[in-house]
Design a protein around this ligand. Structure first.
Ligand code: VGL
Ligand code: ZN
Length: 208
């Protein structure tokens, strides 16, 4: 199947940052392999938006902020269950920077998320309370952008939550698998695929 992105379509590039690539603090296996794929895809879109995971030091999603806890454990937060992560994507750090070969010049907007100390944000649209908006939905609506193609890191966290929220907010959501890689923690990737299918997120391998 060949998909031709049009004027109402957007490529949403999730968290292609050094800390999610090999050598980074929360490295996704083969994470940097998405960079040339995404650069190629982005040329076909009139509209490109980036997200950037952007935590203050001591963020509440960091295991180091919870004495006695270890990375990848799950704890209870006021807004629900939260996985604890190694310190990553600290504001202004090299780890928080976009991968040096990611082509960012054509991006219209960079949405930073996870900057509130007390709450994590996987989705490009809402914080993890699923209520506090980032403003992206309003931006897309005002711009008349209706179909969101998603790529980036990681398939089973930030890409997954963003895709589901895009669908719930009334956008058409299409995940492009060739441009994604997963963390796959305790079945999280299977959960993500099932969750996206249930919410009507389309899944394509590439644009063809
Ligand atoms: C992400 C865990 C923590 C992601 C961000 O971008 O998928 N995952 N922060
Ligand atoms: Zn994060």
């Amino acid at each position: 199947m060949q998909i031709r992105p049009g004027d109402n379509d957007l490529l949403l590039i999730i968290d292609v940052q050094n800390d999610f690539c090999p050598g980074g603090a929360l490295a996704v296996a083969d994470g940097d392999a998405v960079v040339p794929v995404i650069n190629r895809l982005a040329e076909r879109f009139a509209h490109v938006v980036l997200t950037q995971d952007w935590h203050p030091q001591g963020h509440s999603s960091f295991a180091t902020s919870h004495p006695g806890s270890a990375p990848f454990e799950t704890i209870s937060m006021p807004y629900g269950r939260q996985t604890l992560w190694p310190d990553h994507c600290v504001q202004g750090s090299t780890g928080a920077a976009f991968h040096p070969r990611l082509e960012t010049k054509r991006a219209e907007l960079v949405i930073r998320k996870g900057f509130r100390p007390e709450i994590d944000s996987y989705s490009a649209f809402y914080e993890n309370d699923r209520r506090t908006p980032t403003g992206l939905a309003g931006y897309l609506r005002e711009r008349g952008l209706r179909r969101v193609f998603l790529v980036g890191l990681a398939t089973d966290y930030c890409v997954y939550y963003s895709a589901v929220d895009a669908g719930r907010l009334g956008f058409d959501a299409v995940l492009i698998e060739a441009g994604c890689r997963a963390i796959d923690l305790a079945g999280s990737l299977a959960t993500a695929w099932a969750g996206m299918a249930a919410e009507g997120v389309q899944r394509v391998n590439d644009l063809g």
